[in-house]
Design a protein around this ligand. Sequence first.
Ligand code: NAI
Length: 333
Amino acid sequence: MFTRIARRAFSTSKVNPYKVTILGAGGGIGQPLSLLLKLNHKVTDLRLYDLKGAPGVAADLSHIPTNSKVSGFTPDNEGLSKALKDADVVLIPAGVPRKPGMTRDDLFSINASIVRDLAKAAGDAAPNANILVISNPVNSTVPIVAETLKKKGVYNPHKLFGVTTLDSIRAARFISEVEGTDPTTEHVNVVGGHSGITIVPLISQTKYKTMDKTTREALIHRIQFGGDEVVKAKDGAGSATLSMAQAGATFANAVLSGLGGERDVIASSYVDSPLYKSEGVEFFASPVTLGPDGISKVHPVGDISSEEEQLLEKAKETLKKNITKGFAFIDKE
Ligand code: NAI
């Protein structure tokens, strides 16, 4: 039954020849993310890279009868540059995840150099790629990638994304639990950044404007710190991987839809943003329109409540520090 439906889907849907590379594909996020992208018909050439384990994941996924070739690479034999060569989309979930009691910023000392080195390789082998950064702290790793690519003279601000989709999907899920609604129909605009108080859900823009203050504050706090629930429950074994893979695959699909010329593809992401640059906030998450050349428009946050204004001000203060930290890491090289 599945085969018949899948065949029909292939014969009627337009297949675009996209090369997608996952760096860190053997990890907790990397493996399910690889599976979900193996199931995405827009991907025809899926390259999986990790320090170890990626060839096994690739061999495993290669038996799934979808329309893509899957290859696995390790650092041997210039595996990284082979995995990246002329990729259209590069996803980076490489790095260490949080343990209980850690903030995302605590990961900086290890993940900053991992992300920098992978960005260097991407700049050389795939200078036109759309780069989707998942590795935390996203608020700082995205500026690190930008500065690294600038040094190489290949930085395109329209093609660099910090993946904040998990905040959006958590917000949809959590608000549906509060309101007793179908989560698949919920949407909450989440802006700012991707950690704690930099995550600003705009409840005033939903149909639940009249939610009482206590419920709203608890909901906002849960969206901001939802990741901690998973870190605590996994008890030392890492952070969100399966929901993150779903979020990453959803955002990658939006980027691919834009590349393929679909219209009105809008998704939130942490990007090089004009919105608050004059205030020193170089990167900011808000909805962006995705097109054949990456970001075609960065949307403003829109009308917000005075309470949300205050959250936004606090978020911007922290973001500035996180961004400066990322820039400084590359400057001191
Ligand atoms: P994990 O430890 O399970 O997997 C990470 C993988 O990266 C490992 O397989 C490791 O071998 C690989 N790796 C490390 N250095 C590498 C390098 N130089 N080149 C290639 N691969 C390398 O960790 P997990 O759970 O998959 O998390 C990965 C990252 O994603 C963490 O930084 C985590 O904080 C972040 N994350 C981001 C989220 C977001 O919303 N943006 C949500 C959840 C996690």
